[in-house]
Design a binder for this molecule. Sequence first.
Ligand code: AHG
Ligand code: MN
Ligand code: MN
Ligand code: MN
Length: 333
Amino acid sequence: MSPISLTRHLIEEQHAGHINADLRLLIEVVARACKSISIAVGKGALGGVLGEAGTGNVQGEAQKKLDVLSNEILLEANAWGGHLAGLASEEMDHSQAIPDAARRGNYLLLFDPLDGSSNIDVNVSVGTIFSVLRCPEGVTEPRDEDFLQPGTAQVAAGYTVYGPSTLLVLTTGHGTHVFTLDREIGSFLLTRRDVRIPADTQEFAINMSNQRHWEPATQRYIADLLAGKTGPRGKDFNMRWVASMVADVHRILSRGGIFMYPLDAKCREKGGRLRLMYEANPMAFVVEQAGGAASTGRQRLLEVQPTALHQRVPVFLGSRNEVAAAVGYHADG
Ligand code: AHG
Ligand code: MN
Ligand code: MN
Ligand code: MN
């Protein structure tokens, strides 16, 4: 049987009544932009895309050339598509309404154009994360506040990983599906339908160098994981940390695990390290749709009511029984 392309998969989702034609075409545009980013990432030093851009973003981070380029590719691809009312990005101070009012559609797109910036120059996997919301009823020119919808309002979300293969992982609220880019024919092809994350795990992902800055509850939880077979958890745990959220989450989607970026003394004032709208919410949607769980440690991530576009949150996501265990340590303190 011939492989199922992303295009065919989306048409089937439309026929099943899961998405409408506009959302289907919007996802196609995002996928096309990600193909361009994948090509740019793949060229590396030969394409002159490595290194610093010499600018900063609203997050207080130094931008890499690829952060800026990926943002431009996504903006350019989506500006004329006709399916979007506005977009917002980790790399832009404010959201942007689609300039040509005649070409405005009904959706809002949020993205982290290039996730894992610190890994660009060392040839380690990076990716793109995106989230789609409906433009509120009656709003013709969306502003930042129109994007402040909880993760439960997402109509689609996903990410790409630019690794040994380029992958696109997508949910429209009916399971999580993985597509692999066939570079010869230039199409994303369905390679895993309805991924399920194992409920239990013996693998965790956290930046251990922050240990001394964590809250006491996180200290206790990780200490119990490290105690291994003879500790309170009664099993040994392995640890992995790529430092690209897309790669860490994709490993967990593939074989289970728990990913954490908890509150620590360094990020406490900002509310966390990772961005709610561009990183946490889309990943939480993908993970929940694969049978996993996602929490701030105290609340289901998708139920957080955003108050600012660039809001940050603590993140615990992955195998659902392990996320529940982690939440157990945090819920009461
Ligand atoms: P971005 O490159 O989009 O700014 O995001 C980087 C994030 C995320 O991908 C990763 O999990 C985390 O930063 C890594 O943080 P540390 O450098 O503290 O490990
Ligand atoms: Mn960044
Ligand atoms: Mn990121
Ligand atoms: Mn980024």
